[in-house]
Structure formats: structure tokens, C-alpha cells
Design a protein around this ligand. Structure first.
Ligand SMILES: C[S@@+](CC[C@H](N)C(=O)[O-])C[C@H]1O[C@@H](n2cnc3c(N)ncnc32)[C@H](O)[C@@H]1O
Length: 237
């Protein structure tokens, strides 16, 4: 199957731009309401001068609460938060100011596919619902390997990915095309996560595949979204 990466990128950018202007950070009944809890729990294990990388950070659903928690526990930290969408980065900067964590968050406008991850630098690397937006399976694998290299010994990685996307029209049951850059199935992602140059030999803290279903409005129709979510947490030996 050949994928129109440019079209997929435009759809990704448009969806997120519209979503972030419609819902505020932490708004109830949106996916910005709460941070990722398994990610937040990893903060308890971090010590010293903490370096965190949040790839595809959005408007800071995770970066802002992580910064607040680290500040509250008097830990010294820098969170480098990267997103390809200019509106995400602008809003992240505003929220960092509103929530008084500007000194902890370094917001970077960049594409995950080209962002250089310094090896052995990070205590924690988060990539939450963003690797599927790399432009091709090779780039997903390349980024996973860069993430693995970027973690320090003893550092953690938390990855979530949507796989097995299937969207149908609720009234006709016909498939509705969606344009994610790299649609992958759960099994191939699990293989990629356990490959030699990614996380083989790491301490796998959790690897679960969870079903997800939702009915939502898409353009002028109601669609049934069905997918599985890979949740992966590991620690570098
Ligand atoms: C589903 S949102 C998740 C945001 C955030 N990680 C969270 O959990 O709230 C995906 C984010 O990835 C960003 N994104 C998509 N493709 C990207 C790329 N190639 N490089 C960097 N960020 C990207 C989008 O702009 C969007 O903010």
C-alpha cells in the first residue's frame, strides 16, 4: 500500500490544530483532561539533574504536569518538549507560563523524523501517540533506535502507539479512509520494540495491547473508530 505522506501530514496537523484550539489543556471530557498516569509514576524513580525528552508533546498534557510534580518535589529538571505543529509549541509556551513551569520546559518546534536525540542523555523519554506520525515504517524504527540510544543507563522509555486503525461509517458500515502517516499493526510494533537495536535486553516493565473504540463525528458523518493501543514502558540496563 502506498501512502501519501504529505496528505497524511496535513490531516495530522489540521486535526491537532483544530483540537487544541477547541479544548484547553486539562479540559474535562477531552483527551487533554489528564496526563498519562504510568508516565507520571516514573518520575518517582528519577534523581539528580533530571533530563526528560517528550516527543510529539502537543500542548503539554504530560510535560506540564511532569514539570509541576518535579518542581513540587524540589527536583532539578529540564523537559525538552518537541512538536512539529507551531500552534502546539505556541500554546505549550503559554501554558508553561500560566502554570509557572517556564524554567523547566524547553519547547522545540521540530519534526521527530529529523530531531537529533543526543545519545545517553535522558533519564526519561516519552513518545505518546506520536511515532505513528513518522513518515514510514523505516523512520519509526530509526526513531525507536534513537530513543533507545538517547536514554541513559537506568533511564526509562514510555511509548504509546495507536495500531490496527479501522474506521467505518456507522450508518453504512463502509470503511472510511484515514490518513495516518504510518499505519501499523500491533504485532509488527511489538516486534519492532523488541528488536536488537531498540529495546532487546532492556527491563520491560510493561507491554500491553489495549483495545480502543469510539464513535465520533468526522466531516459530515458519524464514524466508528476501532483500534488497539500499544503501551510500553522499559528501563535501560
Ligand atoms: C495525539 S497527539 C499527542 C500529544 C501528546 N503526546 C499527548 O499525549 O497529549 C500527537 C502529537 O504529535 C505531534 N506530531 C505529529 N507528527 C509529528 C512529527 N513528525 N514530529 C513531531 N511531532 C509530531 C502532533 O502535532 C500532536 O501534537
Amino acid at each position: 500500500m502506498s501512502i501519501d505522506f504529505e496528505r497524511a501530514r496535513q490531516e495530522t496537523l489540521q486535526y491537532h490544530k483544530a483540537y487544541y484550539s477547541r479544548f484547553k489543556l486539562f479540559e474535562k471530557d477531552s483527551w487533554l483532561e489528564n496526563p498519562d498516569q504510568p508516565l507520571m509514576r516514573l518520575l518517582d524513580y528519577l534523581e539528580g539533574k533530571i533530563e526528560i525528552l517528550d516527543l510529539g508533546c502537543g500542548v503539554g498534557r504530560n510535560a506540564i504536569p511532569m514539570a509541576q510534580a518535579l518542581q513540587k518535589s524540589n527536583k532539578t529538571a529540564t523537559i525538552t518538549a518537541v512538536d512539529v505543529l507551531a500552534e502546539s509549541i505556541d500554546l505549550l509556551k503559554e501554558y508553561a507560563s500560566t502554570y509557572k513551569v517556564k524554567n523547566i520546559i524547553e519547547a522545540v518546534l521540530a519534526d521527530n523524523d529529523v530531531f537529533m536525540i543526543e545519545p545517553n542523555k535522558y533519564d526519561l523519554v516519552a513518545a505518546i501517540s506520536t511515532l505513528e506520525h513518522c513518515q514510514g515504517k523505516n523512520k519509526v524504527a530509526k526513531l525507536m533506535a534513537a530513543i533507545a540510544r538517547g536514554a541513559k543507563s537506568g533511564g526509562f522509555v514510555r511509548i504509546e502507539m495507536t495500531t490496527n486503525r479501522r474506521v467505518t461509517d456507522t450508518s453504512t458500515n463502509e470503511p472510511v479512509p484515514t490518513f495516518v502517516e504510518t499505519p501499523l499493526d500491533g504485532e509488527e510494533v511489538q516486534e519492532m520494540l523488541q528488536a536488537k537495536d531498540t529495546f532487546a535486553g532492556w527491563n520491560i516493565i510493561s507491554l500491553t495491547v489495549d483495545p480502543y473504540e469510539e464513535e465520533l463525528a468526522k466531516e459530515d458523518r458519524t464514524v466508528h473508530w476501532c483500534s488497539t493501543q500499544i503501551n510500553f514502558t522499559a528501563q535501560k540496563p
